[in-house]
Ligand binder design. Structure first.
Ligand SMILES: [Fe+2]
Ligand SMILES: [Fe+2]
Length: 200
C-alpha cells in the first residue's frame, strides 16, 4: 500500500510529465513550421520520452495498488521567439522537473516509502542526463560574443561602408563574424552576412 501523500505527489508528477510532453510537442511544431526539421524530430522524440516517464509512474502507482487521478494538462506556450528560445525553455523545464523529482524523493524518504524511493532514483539519474543535454544545446547555440552596432543612415540605396569594431573580449583565434539586421538572425526581411576574421 502507498500513503496518500506519496500517491498524490506521484499523480501530480504524472501530470507534470504529460505537461512536459505537451510542451515538447509544441516546440516540435514550432520548429517544423520554421523548417528546423532536425530539431523538430528531436523535440518530438523528447515529447515521447516524457510521455514514457508519465507511463512509468502510472504503472508504478498501479503496481503499488494506488489510485490514478488524471488531471487537466495545461496549454503549452507556443510563441517562441527563436530556436535559442526553444532550447532555453527546454532547459528551464528540465530544471523545474529536477526540482519536482527531488521533492518527491524527499517526501518518499520522510514517509519511508522505500519502493517509491527506488522508483524516484531512476528519475533522478534520468534528470541528470536530460538537464545535461539541454544545457549543452543551449551552450552550443551561444556565440563567443554578441554585440550591436548602430549604422549611420545613408542618403541613397547604394553600397556604403561602415566599420564596426570587434569586442575586446575575444581570445586569439579564427572567428566567423555574422552580421544580421534581425536579432534572431532569421532571414525574413533581413540579410545575414558572414566573414572570417583572425584575431591575433
Ligand atoms: Fe521527464
Ligand atoms: Fe525531461
Amino acid at each position: 500500500m502507498i500513503s496518500q501523500k506519496v500517491q498524490d505527489a506521484i499523480n501530480k508528477q504524472i501530470n507534470n510529465e504529460l505537461s512536459a510532453s505537451y510542451t515538447y510537442l509544441a516546440m516540435s511544431a514550432y520548429c517544423e513550421h520554421e523548417n528546423f526539421t532536425g530539431c523538430a524530430k528531436w523535440l518530438r522524440l523528447q515529447s515521447q520520452e516524457e510521455y514514457g516517464h508519465a507511463m512509468r509512474l502510472f504503472d508504478f502507482l498501479l503496481a503499488r495498488d494506488g489510485k490514478i487521478a488524471l488531471r487537466a494538462i495545461s496549454e503549452p506556450n507556443i510563441k517562441f521567439k527563436s530556436l535559442s528560445h526553444v532550447f532555453e525553455t527546454a532547459l528551464e523545464q528540465e530544471q523545474s522537473t529536477t526540482a519536482e523529482i527531488d521533492q518527491i524523493y524527499e517526501l518518499a524518504h520522510n514517509e519511508k516509502a522505500f519502493a517509491a524511493l527506488v522508483e524516484m532514483q531512476w528519475f533522478i539519474t534520468e534528470q541528470v542526463e536530460e538537464e545535461k543535454t539541454a544545457r549543452e544545446i543551449v551552450a552550443k547555440r551561444k556565440p563567443d560574443a554578441a554585440w550591436k552596432a548602430e549604422l549611420p543612415k545613408t542618403p541613397d540605396h547604394r553600397d556604403h561602408r561602415t566599420y564596426a569594431n570587434l569586442p575586446d573580449s575575444l581570445a586569439p583565434g579564427l572567428y566567423l563574424v555574422v552580421a544580421s539586421v534581425r536579432e534572431d538572425f532569421r532571414e525574413e526581411d533581413n540579410k545575414v552576412v558572414g566573414v572570417g576574421v583572425i584575431v591575433g
